[in-house]
Design a protein around this ligand. Sequence first.
Ligand SMILES: [Zn+2]
Length: 139
Amino acid sequence: MTQSTLDLFDVKARAPDKPFFNVYEAVAKRKLNAPAEWEWYALDGRTYQATGDTIVEGGVRARDARNRKTWKGVVGQKCVVTQAEVEAMRAEFEQTTGKCVECAGCGETLAGSSVETGPRYRTCRKCGGSGRASLPDNA
Ligand SMILES: [Zn+2]
């Protein structure tokens, strides 16, 4: 399987207008040469706490009889993601997309969530709400 850079930087939406970039998933996908549909389902930073590395585990979800996505019967893959790889991927995202990596360009980040009110958002602190990538000098 091959993948394009754009597959890696596809942002997912928490809500229709609130995308986010999952940097751990993107690093793992690249290292595993995984297809665009690959999704993480577990992060484990405990084993490698001393180094800051994280184990990312995921796979490509199957479809059940009703064509819904399911993890049932899926054999996962694990991959170690280092902090250096995370930082490099964050920088690459901004250089490639021109968008702020923190808010994936929408200008807001998740501030919290509750059952009563649902998710709350606040202006992104990294880009000040512009959604634009910061220049290396301003980072
Ligand atoms: Zn931002």
